[in-house]
Design a protein around this ligand. Structure first.
Ligand code: FES
Length: 119
């Protein structure tokens, strides 16, 4: 409830926000995407799949926020350099992992999404 950790990140009209800082009345008519909305009915979103494959989580408390924030980044900048990934995810705190696996998972998702776009 103070925007410290980013675990509650959702997309508000495509932009990441801490949902704990947004009043419901402020988003009337807006498009909201939660982590549950990232996957389609058949497949996980590439950021979700790469977090799993790259073991980019431990307890998982922070994971929904990281996934949503990473998706927002890759929607805007499909091939971000490492520094940009770290900068973009700076509002998301993980108390378990180092951040290296998270960053690698986002890079992996970017590669996978680029391959998917070519095929
Ligand atoms: Fe536990 Fe990030 S995996 S807080």
């Amino acid at each position: 409830n103070n925007g410290n950790c980013g675990a509650c990140t959702v997309l508000l009209n495509g932009a990441p926000v801490d949902s704990c800082l947004v009043l419901a009345a402020e988003v009337e008519g807006a498009r909201i995407t939660t982590v549950e909305g990232l996957a389609d009915r058949i497949e996980l979103h590439p950021v979700q799949q790469c977090f799993l494959e790259d073991a980019a989580l431990q307890c998982g408390v922070c994971t929904p926020g990281f996934l949503v924030a990473a998706k927002a980044l890759l929607d805007r900048i499909p091939q971000p350099p490492e520094e940009q990934i770290r900068f973009h995810l700076a509002g998301n705190i993980c108390r378990c992992t180092g951040y290296d696996k998270i960053v690698r998972a986002v890079q992996h998702a970017a590669e996978r999404m680029a391959q998917g776009a070519k095929s």
